[in-house]
Unconditional design. Structure first.
Length: 364
């Protein structure tokens, strides 16, 4: 599961990517600095994992991770191949969610591809190009399915109806995610279409250091514009975050954050938001050998969760022994949780909750 960082050239995408992954992608003051997408595997900050480490004192700790992709900047006309349009759109199609970076700071020393700072215009530029590309995809698919629909094929007629609804939305400059599927069949079709504008999106307002805590007028305009999108907006001073990552010790970073007025690095907030955006959650295994965070999809059953450890765990699943994270912390150990009668035995239908501490029993 990958989240792709997108935006116009020179809005801070590669700098943000470096903050998140420490992968040191090239970052410079000119358009199209990023050509080939950079991919970073980023640890998901989770205080619960630190607390379990403190209680269990294991030999090693393994956090959950999320893949972040730094994609080339997009310009007006990308849907027709302008700039690095075709490459950009191909890269973003392969991602599962979008982190859309918007420049929300003034700085005469950093050039803007359109000459001045206007995050609303920038957002519309990206949105329109993605919508135009999806419109092209929808119209090609409509051509094919219309012939079958005319013969009375019910499945083709359903697909045609949904495609027409999506086409109408795109022609009104609305993203495909605004079209709500009417039933399970339409949900499956939407997934099959693989449209770019159905992907969930997180907006990152890149601000100056002085606006890192409460944002600024640019941020308020963005929030107002996206209020009906069911999308989250995060305020991040990307340049400041880059400075924080350069500091060597935890104490230095903490002092820097306190000076700025932040409780934790904004990059940590963003990583957790991206994890959630990808519809992912965490369960834990905790033993003296290892305390580990495992990534699963929200809504996964116990056997499905077990399969991320090993496919045999799912095939031979017998039961799951489950401790709620809060109970583990309250009683301080697995043994004391058992004494208190708080360890639960769950079967194949159990929907795993975020933060569950689990053992699996299986037989193959």
């Amino acid at each position: 599961m990958k989240a792709g960082i997108v935006g116009l050239p020179n809005v801070g995408k590669s700098t943000l990517f470096n903050c998140l992954s420490n992968a040191k992608a090239q970052s410079a003051n000119f358009p199209f600095c990023t050509i080939e997408p950079n991919i970073g595997v980023v640890n998901v900050p989770d205080p619960r994992l630190e607390k379990l480490e403190e209680l269990v004192n294991p030999e090693r700790v393994v956090p959950a991770t999320v893949d972040i992709v730094d994609i080339a900047g997009l310009v007006k006309g990308a849907s027709k191949g302008e700039g690095l349009g075709n490459q950009f759109l191909g890269n973003i199609r392969e991602c599962n969610a979008i982190i859309h970076v918007l420049r929300c700071f003034d700085n005469d020393n950093i050039v803007h591809v359109d000459g001045n700072v206007n995050p609303i215009r920038d957002k519309e530029t990206i949105d329109i190009e993605l919508q135009l590309k999806d419109l092209e995809t929808v119209e090609k698919r409509l051509e094919k399915v219309s012939r079958a629909a005319k013969t009375g094929n019910k499945e083709a007629q359903t697909e045609q109806g949904l495609l027409n609804k999506i086409r109408e939305a795109l022609l009104q400059a609305k993203s495909a995610r605004t079209v709500v599927p009417a039933n399970e069949e339409e949900i499956a079709l939407m997934e099959d279409f693989q449209l770019i504008t159905t992907k969930p999106v997180l907006y990152v307002c890149n601000v100056d250091e002085g606006s890192a805590v409460s944002g600024n007028a640019y941020v308020e305009k963005v929030r107002e514009m996206v209020k009906d999108e069911q999308a989250e907006v995060i305020v991040l001073a990307v340049g400041t975050e880059a400075d924080i990552t350069e500091l060597e010790t935890y104490e230095e970073r903490k002092m820097f954050l306190e000076d700025v007025g932040l409780a934790e690095p904004g990059a940590s907030v963003l990583i957790r938001a991206a994890y959630k955006l990808l519809n992912q959650q965490t369960y834990f295994t905790a033993g003296v050998k290892e305390v580990r965070a495992w990534t699963i999809n929200i809504g996964d059953t116990a056997p499905k969760a077990a399969s991320v450890i090993h496919t045999d765990f799912e095939k031979g699943f017998i039961r799951a022994e489950v401790i709620a994270y809060n109970d583990y912390v309250q009683f301080g150990s697995e043994a004391k949780v058992k004494e208190a009668g708080k360890l639960r035995v769950e079967g194949k239908e159990y929907i795993v909750k975020d933060g569950d501490v689990m053992h699996f029993r299986f037989n193959v």
